[in-house]
Design a protein around this ligand. Structure first.
Ligand code: UGA
Length: 449
């Protein structure tokens, strides 16, 4: 099949590469000339495991190409995917100007039957607007609009795309549906066929539910801290119930990234707009914000004063296996520590370049290794659960720090091991290791007061 993807960002580029990988002919379009030039030269603008290889292989095979020219993409393809950004507006609602512009650009170039697929995350009823817009600018155009939301996670985008849990196709025309099914034939996954509005809603409802799960376990983690229970055991205990499931029950600093915060705000705005307010999601947002504030309070309680304290921060990306720092809770944490006058020394395995471009970078020291970050530090904070942080030499960490104080915002480390190593260790919703007792050398676990 001949496919054009308008927008070569995270979703567009990965989708295009994976479609090419299964044998389709793909033309990726982007209006950023520098990006297209760099993609043509084999340079991928994001860190995503496996993506560079898939892109290189399919460019080489001639199945994946890049252009700046939207009309070229439209006349080349049978199916045109829209994968442009849908950023939030200040009130939480979705800014659809890029989608609208693409619809206008596509319209005059439609020279035969085309399927226009919305892959970007959009509010319910956007498909109707896209169709209306194309019809306004090209009344004779022969086309159908389809909604095909994407469920890939950053950090495992290629795998999620190649082996999805399900494929959702929302279409109101059999002709369009037949072409969509042909595109997805090589992917072994159940296909859920719906109307356009339901497909659009599935995306916001799915992300909001996942965020709700995270906030739920984070609220439970606060109760665990207050009562001396262990949130990991609680998560296991409830998660082994198949009706609940263990996934997305990892307590931590809360959710971040370019999707959840934006999509939850959008779903709240959409439901308000439709006259059916979804206040439960406001509580999800509140718990998420509280989780970081509670963590910072714990750091403040332990250090008494943060002004001029040297704090090592491990992890800046919004989650492991990505270099993405957009709406990263780790970055919010650093900003708050800086506001309180702390001297932050931060390290991330992949996100240093992206972090360097943020305003807060001027106010902190970015270092080249986890051990460099902890030199003469008053405390160490783990903000992103990169697996490699767990295998750092913690004896060396302890020797290097002014005081052996560790705050683990992602429950990466083992409490017993940290206790044995003589750290004062505080994580999320798990027993606090206060100090090593002078008489017995035994670690003392305590509950929060
Ligand atoms: C999320 C969804 O998982 C994807 O299905 C969806 O396609 C994507 O948004 C999107 O809308 O494009 P992503 O934002 O890449 O994917 O990352 P997740 O793995 O979902 O993590 C989101 C945030 O939740 C991260 O900050 C992560 O640290 C946090 N999280 C996740 C937790 O705090 N606890 C958990 O148990 C799981």
């Amino acid at each position: 099949m001949k496919i054009a993807i308008i927008g070569s960002g995270y979703v567009g580029l990965t989708t295009g590469a994976c479609f090419a990988e299964v044998g389709h002919d793909v033309l990726c379009v982007d209006n950023d000339e520098a990006k297209v030039a760099s993609l043509r030269a084999g340079k991928i603008p994001i860190y995503e495991p496996g993506l560079e290889e898939v892109v290189a292989k399919n460019v080489e095979a001639g199945r994946l190409r890049f252009t700046n020219d939207t009309p070229e993409g439209v006349s080349f393809a049978d199916v045109i995917f829209i994968a442009v950004p849908t950023p939030p507006q200040p009130d939480g609602s979705v800014d659809l100007r890029f989608i609208e512009r693409v619809a206008r650009e596509i319209a005059p170039a439609i020279d035969s039957y085309k399927v226009v697929v919305d892959k970007s995350t959009v509010p319910v009823k956007t498909g109707e607007k896209v169709a209306e817009t194309i019809r306004r600018y090209a009344p004779e155009a022969d086309f159908d609009v389809v909604s095909n939301p994407e469920f890939l996670r950053e950090g495992c985008a290629v795998e999620d795309l190649m082996k999805p849990d399900r494929i959702v196709i929302g279409a109101n025309s059999d002709r369009a549906m037949a072409l969509m099914q042909k595109i997805y034939e090589p992917f072994v996954a159940p296909v859920l066929v719906t109307d356009i509005n339901s497909a659009e809603l599935i995306k916001h409802a799915a992300n909001s539910f996942l965020a709700l799960k995270i906030s739920y376990i984070n609220a439970v983690s606060a109760i665990c801290e207050a009562s001396g229970a262990d949130v990991e055991k609680v998560a296991e205990g409830i998660g082994t119930d198949k009706r609940i499931g263990r996934a997305f029950l990892n307590a931590g600093l809360g959710y971040g990234g370019s999707c959840f915060p934006k999509d939850i705000a959008a779903f709240i705005a959409i439901s308000d707009d439709l006259g059916t307010p979804f206040d439960l999601l406001k509580e999800v947002q509140r718990i998420n914000a509280d989780q970081l504030d509670r963590f910072i309070k714990n750091i403040r309680d332990a250090l008494w004063v943060l002004q001029d304290k040297r704090i090592a921060v491990w992890g800046l990306a919004f989650k492991p296996n990505t270099d993405d720092v957009r709406s990263s809770v780790a970055i919010h944490l650093v900003e708050k520590l800086v506001e309180e006058g702390a001297n932050v020394r931060a390290y991330d395995p992949k996100a240093m370049d992206k972090a360097r471009q943020l305003p807060v970078a001027e106010k902190i020291t970015l270092v080249d290794s986890p051990l460099e970050a902890v030199e003469e530090a008053d405390a160490l904070v783990i903000a992103t659960e990169w697996p490699e942080f767990a295998s750092v030499n913690f004896k060396a960490v302890k020797e290097s720090m002014l005081a052996p104080l560790v705050f683990d915002g992602r429950n990466l480390l083992d409490t017993k091991t940290m206790a044995k190593l003589g750290f004062q260790y505080r994580s999320i919703g798990r027993p606090i290791i206060q100090a090593v007792s002078a008489e017995t050398q035994a670690p003392v676990a305590a509950t929060a007061g």
